[in-house]
Design a protein around this ligand. Structure first.
Ligand SMILES: [Zn+2]
Length: 249
């Protein structure tokens, strides 16, 4: 049978009775009986109130060394049988015992490995975050000045930009007045009869970016228009354009 686990051996050392098979094994197994004996003497020392630090019993020391051997790959291969032939029974038992100890320690090793992996991932993640993201090539395809329709006052600008594979419209304005409603950005076709909404512009300064399907530009939707829209049920253009401009190279 396999060696009993550490808890069972500790229970035996504490004087508890084991089941028949375990008792028979421990009595016959030099490794297990040595372990129980070592635990027992340790307990006795502890109970005697010895104030000085207690060195681990030799069997514990040996077991630790054996475990280290196993982990460094110098230990027995996994193909070692549980029990050797009669002549090598003690050796086979010892090997099996080492393996049993290694198996019991596996979860701890696994946790340590996972923690180490986590550290590695953490380090990689930090390094990636520390770096500036790789600059995506940005190309300005066309630009427009956004002017009022009545006086031609320039109140903003728009740029069709290609960022990687995407086409966007960057709209920069300075405090357009949405009135009682909101500001909506449109692309109007050159034929001045067709238009599509590409989004809502937040009042305020700075550049806001809108995704644009490149085919719209190719089909002639090159007039950028910002309208003042009411909170009504009318999705179409209100006719109240604040600024307008035509994209050009
Ligand atoms: Zn044993």
């Amino acid at each position: 049978m396999n060696h009993p686990d550490d808890d069972t051996l500790a229970a035996l050392a504490l004087g508890e009775t084991a089941d028949g098979r375990t008792a028979t094994h421990v009595a016959a197994c030099p490794v297990c009986s040595a372990e129980v004996e070592a635990l027992r003497s340790t307990l006795q020392l502890a109970r005697s109130g010895a104030p000085e630090l207690i060195a681990p019993p030799p069997s514990v020391h040996a077991a630790v060394l054996a475990a280290l051997d196993d982990e460094s790959g110098n230990g027995p291969a996994d193909g070692v049988p549980e029990a050797g032939p009669a002549a090598g029974a003690a050796v086979g038992d010892e090997l099996a015992h080492r393996r049993a100890r290694r198996e019991r320690r596996l979860p701890l090793g696994w946790i340590a490995g996972a923690a180490a992996a986590g550290l590695v991932f953490g380090a990689v993640g930090t390094r990636v975050l520390d770096q500036d993201p790789a600059p995506t090539p940005t190309t300005v395809l066309a630009s427009a000045s956004l002017d009022t329709l009545d006086t031609g006052a320039r109140l903003g600008s728009a740029e069709a930009v290609r960022i990687g594979p995407e086409l966007d419209l960057d709209v920069r304005t300075a405090g357009l007045d949405p009135g009682d409603g909101y500001l909506e950005v449109w692309l109007i076709n050159r034929d001045l009869t067709r238009m599509v909404s590409i989004g809502v512009l937040r009042p305020g300064e700075g550049t806001q970016r809108f995704a644009v399907d490149e085919s719209l530009i190719e089909e002639g939707y090159v007039i950028v228009d910002i309208s003042r829209e009411g909170f009504d049920d009318k999705p179409e253009h209100s006719g109240d354009s604040v600024v307008r401009g035509t994209l050009a190279l």
